[in-house]
Design a protein around this ligand. Structure first.
Ligand code: ADP
Ligand code: ZN
Length: 814
């Protein structure tokens, strides 16, 4: 039999796959899509096989082709369609193949990497030399001690010694670099976490001996069936000792099972509202049914005002897909919403649902991933990367809040989850349903031009009115009050009114921290991050100035670091200050703040939102985290502090972002029986983004914004790419930018407009200097030609891969 070879994508930032020889034992097997452990440099790595062949690669003579060490999955991890999708991501976004497939593969939760060490021949010689020497230094004595630890009789390797032996990993690695120790990484299979399951032993005919027994029997038989031990003790109100005693007497059976989804605390005891669909919802759903029946690729935009009941349409669409024997993916823009939407979907479809997002621990995520892969789950709810959910026979992909920038991954592979969803639907002959109250210009244009179908929900459910929006002109406010409080007087008064009538208020401020910056009134400089060209934000609770980009932080200085003057002032109020101000004004009110500083975990987040939903809080202050998706019934006021913050950004989407944010927050008010009011504070009341948001008039905003975009050749009227050149040494960054400028120049004549190189808006980030090119073209093909050549050009000029970031369809240029 001839030797077989396979092409393996490894999780490293390189643009190539690697060839390995297939062991004879696996010769008949299908390998494409399976994960395998392979030797790479001096370690073991898990990659995925993308192709096999019988032809040795051309370079085979020069390098020894190593053999695959182990093949992991009996069921290939990746179905063919996902491999195809991965190749498309590579082509369209110029993403390195290894990183692309790393994003697609399940977490390696079942594997654990460990380093093993052994004494090398050089090391043994060195030890002997030290032993023979009369006097040795302190360092040498230390070396001797560590090397002796590895001087074991047989040729067995040792893993890193424990801390009790006072040998550090660093000391060991140093000896590896000297050549005294050999090292390799090995992968071990991890044991899956299990739990004890308890069942009533019905084979044992004895009647329950006492009340306690009877209670346990009832819990385990009548309603629930076998239960995990922890749940049983809670439900029956008994101790573990009782279970053990009964098990010993043969009344209970116990066994170990892998921990499964059912024990997730967040989906217990939840009854979703049962809504009869209204006419608009019904007709949207009827359309979707037709497309599913046709079984052909269809893309559609569901444009529904906030509170119009889009979620019901999603649920109906998923149900329709399942009814036709198909599977479905529901993408939501952030982890918090997987809880909210996931709960609704679970309540409707139970065990058939898997939830996937990056906030899950690896083991949990792997378990959910494989449930989808094995077909045990047919619906996946998740964030961006769930677009790669390994479902087969896909009928439907829903992208909720399709305009959200969180669908764009800001590291390699730099894909957009929404666009990938549409491509995947095309690949699988499925329906792609993009939903939003404020669609991106891209999607709305596609819907208008007939590329997507347009479904509309024009009214709120039960014809509830949209909230009334009032604009507070901060310039006038300042003229009147001659001071600037963190919250304007009309907003303060509106909150006071809600407190008096006992309804709830949300106050949105899209900046974290206490003050945005610390300004020296003497020299005019802001206190800046050491690593980034950005002003540090003051966090009062922690007494720190922090960089929100790299995490650098210092104690607030007493003197200006530049001119030594002592006239330092905090400028610009953030969420922390707004909360403090409201507490000062309303000492009796129950106020909480929701942003990344106050909530770090899913549980904390749920806790705060849960308390607000239950009416245990009066006012919720928050960053844009509070703006999205949630459905609170008793909120009658939403205030937006400094609504125009985003408008000043050097970003062609600034107006769109502001419009979307304001419309979304306005949508949070007046969702229940009570009607709502929205107060928007701004210095630019006449700006079209603010005006149209206040009227919740998407169509007019679209017209105006589309006009500017068309004139300035921005998406959706042109393809856009950004190329960032970065390095810690400014000379390198400049030299490479110049070289690239030379490469791009000829494309000017082929319909590509090239801007730059110029200092990027964030000219320095994490100690790296950054220069930027912006490429625009009405012709996609011209753009991708320029880009694909760019990658090769960099390779030929020995510009390191990591120094050049190609971002296709960037979500922001700032
Ligand atoms: P959207 O996502 O469009 O802003 P949601 O899907 O969150 O709106 O729905 C808003 C609220 O309306 C939810 O509380 C939902 O339960 C309710 N709802 C949805 N459809 C109906 C209906 N047909 N009749 C009454 N209430 C409905
Ligand atoms: Zn920084």
């Amino acid at each position: 039999m001839t030797q077989r070879f396979c092409e393996v994508a490894l999780p490293i930032p390189l643009r190539s796959t690697f060839t390995y020889a297939v062991p004879d034992a696996c010769n008949g097997e299908e390998l494409v899509g399976r994960r395998m452990v392979v030797p790479f440099r001096n370690r073991a790595m898990v990659g995925v096989c993308l192709a096999t062949s019988h032809r040795a690669p051309e370079s085979a003579e020069a390098v020894r082709i190593r053999e695959v060490a182990e093949i992991l999955d009996s069921l290939p991890a990746l179905p063919h369609k996902l491999i195809e999708l991965g190749h498309w991501i590579g082509r369209y976004y110029f993403a390195p193949v290894g990183e692309t497939f790393r994003a697609i593969l399940p977490p390696e939760a079942e594997l654990r990497e460990e380093r093993e060490y052994w004494l090398s021949d050089t090391g043994r010689a060195h030890l002997e030399k030290l032993a023979a020497a009369g006097q040795i230094s302190f360092e040498e004595a230390e070396e001797q001690r560590v090397l002796r630890h590895f001087d074991v009789p047989q040729e067995s390797a040792l893993s890193a010694p424990s801390r009790s032996q006072k040998i550090t990993q660093a000391a060991v690695e140093k000896l590896v670099r000297c050549g005294y120790l050999g090292a390799r990484a090995v992968l071990h299979k991890r044991r899956t976490r299990t739990q004890k399951i308890v069942a009533w032993n019905s084979g044992n005919a004895d009647v329950p001996a006492n009340d306690l027994d009877a209670r346990i029997q009832e819990v385990l038989t009548a309603t629930q069936g076998p239960l995990p031990l922890a749940l049983l003790t809670k439900k029956a109100g008994i101790s573990r000792a009782v279970v053990e005693r009964l098990a010993k007497r043969g009344r209970l059976l116990t066994w170990e099972e892998p921990v499964t989804q059912e024990e997730d605390d967040w989906h217990t005891d939840f009854t979703p509202p049962a809504n009869a669909l209204n006419a608009e919802q019904k007709s949207a759903l009827a359309e979707i049914w037709r497309w599913l029946v046709a079984g052909k690729f269809t893309a559609a935009l569901l444009h529904g005002v906030t509170g119009s009941g889009k979620t019901e349409v999603y649920l109906g669409a998923v149900e329709a897909a399942l009814a036709r024997g198909k599977t479905a993916i529901v993408l939501v823009p952030e982890i918090a919403l997987t809880l909210w939407v996931g709960r609704l979907v679970r309540a409707r479809f139970g065990d058939r649902v898997a939830v996937l997002h990056s906030g899950l621990p690896d083991a949990e995520r792997a378990r959910e991933w494989w449930r989808a892969r094995r077909g045990e789950a047919q619906v996946v709810v998740g964030t961006r990367s769930a677009v790669f959910a390994p479902l087969e026979n896909l009928g439907l992909i829903i992208v909720d809040e399709e305009q959200e920038s969180s669908y764009k991954q800001e590291e390699a592979p730099r894909y957009n989850g929404r666009d990938t969803a549409v491509y995947r639907a095309q690949l699988e002959g499925a329906v792609a349903l993009l939903g939003s109250a404020t669609p991106s210009l891209e999607s709305f244009r596609n819907a208008r031009g007939g590329k997507y179908h347009l479904l509309q929900l024009t009214a709120r459910v039960e014809n509830r009115p949209l909230a009334e929006v009032r604009i507070v002109d901060l310039r006038e406010e300042f003229r009147r009050e001659h001071k600037a409080a963190p919250v304007s007087e009309p907003l303060r008064a509106a909150v006071a009114l809600r407190l008096k009538e006992g309804t709830q208020a949300m106050v949105l401020i899209n900046r974290r921290g206490y003050s945005w910056s610390l300004l020296c009134r003497s020299c005019g400089a802001f206190v800046q991050c050491q690593n980034c060209s950005i002003a540090l934000t003051y966090h009062k609770s922690r007494q720190r100035l922090e960089c929100h980009y790299c995490g650098y932080s210092i104690r607030p200085p007493k003197q200006c670091p530049k001119c030594r003057a002592e006239y330092l002032y905090f400028v610009g109020d953030g969420a922390e200050r707004v909360e403090e101000y409201l507490r000062e004004q309303f000492p009796k009110a129950r106020i909480a703040r929701l942003d990344r500083d106050t909530v770090r975990t899913k549980r904390e987040y749920q806790h705060v939102l849960g308390a607000f939903a239950k009416g245990e809080l009066d006012v919720l202050v928050g960053t844009q985290m509070v703006a999205k998706g949630h459905d609170f019934q008793r909120v009658t006021l939403v205030g937006v502090v400094a609504a125009d913050l985003g408008l000043g950004r050097p970003d062609f989407r600034a107006a769109e972002r502001t419009f979307q944010l304001l419309t979304q927050v306005a949508g949070r008010a007046g969702r229940g029986e009570l009607s709502g009011e929205v107060l928007v504070e701004t210095y630019y009341p006449e700006h079209y983004a603010i005006q149209h948001a206040a009227r919740q008039d998407y169509a007019s905003f679209y017209e105006k914004e589309a006009h500017f975009r068309r004139m300035l050749h921005y998406p959706p009227f042109a393809g856009l790419a950004s190329i960032l050149v970065r390095d810690r040494k400014i000379e390198n960054a400049i030299r490479w930018s110049r070289a690239l400028a030379g490469y791009f120049e000829p494309f000017e004549n082929r319909g590509v407009k090239i801007l730059g190189p110029a200092a990027a808006p964030l000219a320095r980030l994490r100690r790296e200097y950054r220069f930027q090119f912006v490429l625009k073209s009405p012709h996609r093909s011209a753009l991708s030609q320029a880009l694909s050549g760019c990658v090769d050009f960099c390779a030929s000029k020995e510009i390191p891969d990591a120094a050049v970031i190609v971002d296709v369809d960037p979500i922001s240029l700032a």
